[in-house]
Design a protein. Structure first.
Length: 548
């Protein structure tokens, strides 16, 4: 067996039962403190699983997660459930299989518990609206920053004696944190309007949990002023991006700054135009009429004589004048259609009416490119070249009244407004302050426990075994007790201190006498060291006195 193990075993045997029990208790206490500290200080981070739950749902979710071996925690308000980070998807899949949560704002799961027997049309309509409200509320809660949402929808109704149909409307109440409420409210309005048939965004009202109105009525983003402003910002950003792409490769991203101001016209225009082309004609119809006439005329004449006056006398007719005529007529009518073109143009875009562009270039960069001995004329020539480059990149037009100005100036260090500030060391420490505090506290606890608990214990176990102190024998005790000779010597020492007395012990003997403890003290020390041995010595003394 190794010497160190033998030393530890011998030390343990020398401690006794009481000391071994104390050492065991200290070891258990130290291990318990380290274990509790490690569990408490290194708890996993929790992610929110569900919020706005009923107590019944919280209890059922806790039972399901506990059976599946997934750790969970309940929020301070009692309506939210948290699970360790990384297990959110697994927990939601498990709860979806169990049909949880079954809160009042459930979605289409309502139809799972609705029987078709005896269900009226009114009940079907109400269940459909409730399911739609629940599904929309779930979608709104999935938006980053939205903690809870509740949706109320009023569907359109048709009545027999109502002339105008009631339009659908909706109201949404949200609870948010750390987001721009107005922008989120506009997004929520369009989300609800797209999810409900026949609902327009201006019929959706959004409020927060404090009762503040976030959005209602007409959408301000659809106004002409907002549209014009948005178009101007888009045009300015696009032109500025063109300038940056043109100059970055030459000057570098930090050696120039560009500012663009654009004036746009977003008026809606409708143009209708009809164009007639006389040179392009098409025959529409052709009408032809043709007539032939033949006329023959012959007349017979009776001569005037006496015979005409005699009765029963027939006069002989003679041939008279004859005439004949022939007429041919042909008529053709052609109708032509003149070619025409109708153009109807509706313009809903924008037109840039004027641009103002200002570009400043770092003069130090130009000096670096041209050399230290560059003259002002060379710098001005290079600035003119940069201006031509900017003119081509931005679509500059003199007829439109555009203005452009390029200047070379000296930049001031540290005033870069476009640079994104980097997170410093203090910011990083602040973000991880909780983790650092937990790690530091755990290290301090382990150090204190190891230094004040394990270190003395290890030192005591690994120390070399000291031989047990044997109890004094009877003769040693007798020699340690005062005797008549010692008393006489003490008296002689006291007498020698008087004048004229014989020389006594030296000062060294006096010092030894003073350092040597009294017999009673030595006896008490013997009792503390070994009670059993002292008791045996006292029994021997008593037996010797009785025998004497």
């Amino acid at each position: 067996m190794p010497e160190q193990i033998q030393s530890i075993i011998s030390n343990l045997r020398g401690f006794g039962v009481k000391r071994l029990a104390m050492l065991a208790g200290i070891a258990v206490l130290v291990m318990g403190v380290i274990g509790i500290a490690s569990v408490y200080l290194n708890r996993p981070a929790y992610d929110t699983l569900y919020v706005g739950l009923d107590r019944a749902d919280v209890n059922q979710i806790g039972l399901v997660l506990g059976e599946a071996g997934i750790g969970f925690d309940v929020g301070a308000d009692g309506t939210s459930v948290l699970v360790p980070a990384g297990t959110t998807a697994q927990a939601r899949m498990l709860l979806a299989e169990k049909g949880l949560p079954t809160s009042a704002n459930a979605g289409y799961e309502l139809f799972d518990n609705v029987g078709s027997l005896g269900l009226t049309s009114f009940m079907q309509q109400i269940t459909r609206v409730r399911a739609l409200e629940g599904e929309i509320a779930r979608t709104i809660q999935s938006i980053s920053g939205i903690k809870a949402a509740r949706v109320h929808i009023v569907m359109s109704e048709r009545a027999n004696f109502r002339r105008d149909e009631q339009q659908p409307s909706a109201s949404v109440v949200i609870r948010y944190a750390g987001i721009d409420a107005e922008k989120s409210a506009m997004s929520i309005r369009h989300l609800v309007a797209a999810a409900v048939p026949g609902l327009s965004a201006d019929k959706v009202t959004v409020l927060d949990s404090s009762g503040n109105l976030l959005a209602a009525g007409d959408d301000p983003s659809n106004t002409s002023a907002a549209r014009t402003l948005g178009v101007e910002q888009t045009v300015e950003a696009q032109i500025g991006d063109n300038i940056r792409r043109a100059l970055t490769a030459y000057l570098g991203p930090d050696n120039f700054r560009a500012s663009v101001k654009a004036e746009v016209n977003t008026d809606t225009r409708q143009t209708e135009e009809t164009i007639f082309d006389p040179n392009s004609r098409v025959e529409r119809s052709v009408q032809s009429v043709r007539a032939n006439e033949n006329n023959n005329q012959k007349q017979a004449s009776t001569p005037a004589s006496v015979e005409q006056n005699l009765p029963e006398t027939q006069s002989t007719a003679t041939d008279g004048p004859q005439s004949s005529s022939q007429n041919d007529r042909k008529e053709e009518i052609t109708n032509y259609e003149i070619n025409s073109k109708k153009i109807a143009t509706v313009s809903n875009g924008y037109t840039v009416t004027k641009m103002s562009i200002a570009v400043v270039v770092n003069q130090q960069r130009l000096m670096t490119i041209l050399g230290k001995d560059a003259t002002p004329e060379q710098i001005a020539k290079r600035v003119a070249e940069i201006q031509k480059m900017v003119t081509s990149a931005t679509g500059f037009d003199d007829k439109r009244g555009d203005v452009i100005d390029v200047s070379a100036v000296e930049f001031i260090d540290g005033l870069d407004g476009e640079a994104i500030p980097q997170a410093g060391m203090l910011d990083s420490i602040g973000q991880h302050a909780g983790t650092l505090i937990n790690a530091g506290a755990f290290i301090v606890v382990v150090f204190l426990v190891a230094f004040f608990g394990l270190r003395p214990m290890a030192a005591a176990l690994t120390a070399k075994a000291t031989p047990a102190l044997a109890g004094p024998s009877y003769e040693d005790v007798q020699r340690s007790l005062p005797t008549p000779e010692a008393t006489a010597n003490a008296e002689s020492v006291a007498v020698g201190a008087l004048p004229g007395a014989r020389p006594g012990p030296t000062p060294l003997d006096d010092l030894r006498q003073k350092i040597r403890p009294a017999p009673q003290e030595r006896l008490a020390r013997m009792v503390d060291l070994n009670e059993e041995r002292t008791a045996q010595i006292l029994r021997k003394w008593a037996a010797q006195e009785v025998a004497a």
